[in-house]
Design a binder for this molecule. Structure first.
Ligand SMILES: NC(=O)c1ccc[n+]([C@@H]2O[C@H](COP(=O)([O-])OP(=O)(O)OC[C@H]3O[C@@H](n4cnc5c(N)ncnc54)[C@H](O)[C@@H]3O)[C@@H](O)[C@H]2O)c1
Length: 245
């Protein structure tokens, strides 16, 4: 029960890694606000864990500020922010449109910036907070992902900077960089490439030292560690969770 008495807000919580994180934190005592631009899956996650579901597009400042205010109003405080909202719009550079660039940068980078800025007010006031941003191994470079890899590398810099700015207020800020995780996102990538998802997973697993792809729970457990007081002296770090170095 590492999160007894704590309130967590998870963006992109309706599916995949965000949903697994919301469920794990609730199991360990947190009250959880499950936020997603698609409110129906968010409500499906929030229901069984007695959380609240909030419709929020993280690219919209007004919606983000309202999401944070509603969390504090209905759940009493805000201790933990996990930013999982994410999309891909992959293409080789010569085919990547302005819209592909803007959509990905806005969702990951601007979205996380808006959420962190809205959340820090409460965390600074109470001199306690944990933020975890979802980066990716694509931050190290990945063909067809100029937009996504730039955003995911940017999030690591954002976490390091906010760790410096918010550390004096007892707020830890870290990022987690997953490799291949079996979610709607990787399924959509396989579909776009015209590859059967099972074959796609086998191919990915063969490149991973642990010889399997990740599951959302593999990532949620590391996010939870970084949001718990067990990692109280860890800040500004990125943990790669990819079944190998
Ligand atoms: N799946 C992977 O292999 C993998 C690897 C590395 C990093 N990640 C990152 O982990 C995070 C979660 O990914 P996932 O695999 O669980 O994906 P997912 O598609 O299963 O879930 C992402 C959720 O984000 C929501 N979302 C998208 N845009 C949004 C917006 N503007 N505002 C609010 N919500 C929005 C979607 O509705 C969806 O429910 C993402 O940031 C992703 O980039 C995933």
């Amino acid at each position: 029960m590492r999160f007894q008495g704590k309130v967590a807000l998870v963006t992109g919580g309706g599916r995949g890694i965000g949903a697994a994180t919301a469920q794990l934190m609730a199991r360990e005592g947190a009250k959880v606000a499950v936020s997603d631009m698609d409110v129906a899956p968010a409500a499906e996650v929030a229901g069984p864990i007695q959380g609240i579901a909030i419709a929020c597009d993280v690219t919209d400042r007004g919606q983000v500020e309202a999401m944070v205010e509603r969390t504090v109003k209905e759940l009493g405080r805000l201790d933990i922010l996990v930013t999982c909202a994410g999309i891909t719009r992959d293409n080789l550079l010569y085919k990547m449109t302005d819209d592909d660039w803007d959509a990905v940068i806005d969702t990951h980078l601007k979205g996380t910036f808006l959420c962190a800025r809205a959340a820090q007010k409460h965390m600074v006031d109470q001199k306690y907070g944990k933020m975890v941003f979802l980066s990716s191994t694509s931050a190290l470079g990945n063909r067809g992902q100029t937009n996504y890899s730039a955003a995911k590398a940017g999030l690591q810099g954002m976490a390091r900077t906010l760790a410096i700015e918010l550390g004096p207020f007892n707020v830890n800020v870290n990022s987690v960089a997953p490799g291949f995780v079996e979610t709607r996102m990787t399924r959509a990538t396989a579909e776009r490439m015209g590859v059967d998802f099972e074959a796609f997973k086998i191919g990915a697993a063969s490149q991973i030292p642990l010889q399997r792809v990740g599951q959302p729970e593999d990532i949620a457990s590391v996010i939870a560690f970084l949001c718990s007081d067990e990692s109280g002296f860890v800040s500004g770090q990125t943990i790669y969770v990819r079944g190998g170095p």
